[in-house]
Design a protein around this ligand. Structure first.
Ligand SMILES: Nc1ncnc2c1ncn2[C@@H]1O[C@H](COP(=O)(O)OP(=O)(O)O)[C@@H](O)[C@H]1O
Ligand code: SF4
Ligand SMILES: [Mg+2]
Length: 326
């Protein structure tokens, strides 16, 4: 049984005049110890997907359909209290701007300790020991001294390490990392990604790594899901996706970013910009930007179908030919 099984997830935001279908029918699974990337341009629904998993979507947003099975339980049926216990303990989340998630007037040691104390009754000496252990685990030297320091005394990369330490404080089986290296410079990015891989190897925690950067995916992930306008358009093991991308959108993404070192302008290979999620084109959601668009694409939404081992794509170029002549 996979660790996480998301089926038909829809999360919509209800505005005065329109509905934004931020997540519009997303299904994927994640195994223990696996690093799954979710990649796509800004506005494709990556963050709303991750917030939905944590049940942290606020009004006017709401999960309107689907199921989220995690460790055998459907998260959408749990009470607030059950969900609160699960967050931090079994699944936790780190964000793009590590500094903003920390309290500037409390020491980092106190804050990591709080992640432990909020869920478990532990003696102060034990909290301190575990805090130091966590800081060492994420590669912060001199933990004994540094736990008495404040967030502003740490660099961006070190703060992200601290956030990861907090996220892993209670040994969750799932860590959701939403653009964890986007705010960091390139050499630090590589170090943080290495750290995530090392931690996955030592703790067997699964990582859901959200990014707009194909270089980050190449560097880190085992498998990847490509999102566009609230839907998955392609899914594959990472080597397959880079060797044999099928969806014209994925092909465009790969054309524009060859590696993590070369920060070429995102998506220069694909014309136009992503529409608003309250104006999803009919038929294929990529049809107004696709260089290979056909008649059928304007009327029929292509289903996500297997084209190879673990490789799924939602595009009429790969569906039966008789369906195409509409
Ligand atoms: N609180 C909100 N209220 C209304 N719309 C939102 C809200 N949060 C996100 N959205 C919309 O949902 C869509 C997906 O956003 P998001 O998941 O943040 O994209 P990504 O993380 O891929 O950049 C966007 O169109 C965004 O404007
Ligand atoms: S279904 Fe049509 S418009 Fe959509 S990606 Fe495939 S070829 Fe392009
Ligand atoms: Mg986002």
């Amino acid at each position: 049984m996979p660790l996480l099984e998301v089926e038909g997830l829809k999360t919509h935001f209800f505005g005065k005049r329109s509905v934004t279908k931020a997540v519009d029918g997303v299904s994927f699974t994640l195994d223990h110890g696996e690093i799954l990337g979710i990649v796509g341009e800004s506005g494709s629904g990556k963050s709303v997907t991750s917030l939905s998993l944590m049940r942290l979507v606020d009004h006017p947003g709401r999960v309107v359909a689907g199921s989220i099975r995690f460790e055998g339980r459907d998260l959408l049926t749990l009470s607030r209290e059950e969900m609160r216990k699960l967050r931090g303990r079994r699944m936790s989340m780190i964000f793009q701007e590590p500094g903003t998630s920390m309290n500037p007037v409390l020491t980092v040691g106190f804050q990591i300790g709080e992640a432990i104390r909020s869920h478990e009754r532990v003696e102060p000496a034990e909290v301190r020991r575990r805090t130091m252990e966590l800081m060492e685990m994420v590669g912060i030297p001199d933990a004994k001294q540094r736990l008495n320091q404040y967030p502003h005394q740490f660099s961006g990369g070190m703060l992200q390490r601290l956030m990861i330490a907090m996220g892993l404080a209670l040994s969750p089986s799932l860590l959701i990392a939403d653009e964890p290296v986007t705010a960091l410079d390139v050499t630090i990015q590589a170090q943080i990604l290495d750290l995530l891989k090392d931690l996955r190897d030592t703790t067997n925690a699964a990582v859901l790594l959200i990014t707009h950067d194909m270089g980050v995916v190449a560097e880190t992930c085992d498998r990847v899901v490509v999102m566009y306008l609230g839907a998955i358009v392609e899914e594959a093991p990472v080597e397959t996706l880079f060797d044999d991308p099928k969806h014209p959108y994925t092909q465009g993404l790969l054309g524009s970013i060859p590696s993590i070192e070369e920060k070429v302008e995102w998506l220069q290979a694909i014309p136009g910009t992503i529409p608003n999620a309250n104006e999803i084109p009919t038929g294929c959601r990529f049809s107004n930007r696709c260089p290979k668009v056909m008649d059928v694409c304007h009327t029929v939404d292509p289903a996500l179908e297997f084209v190879g081992e673990g490789h799924r794509v939602a595009c009429h170029l790969y569906t039966e030919t008789e369906d195409r002549d509409v």
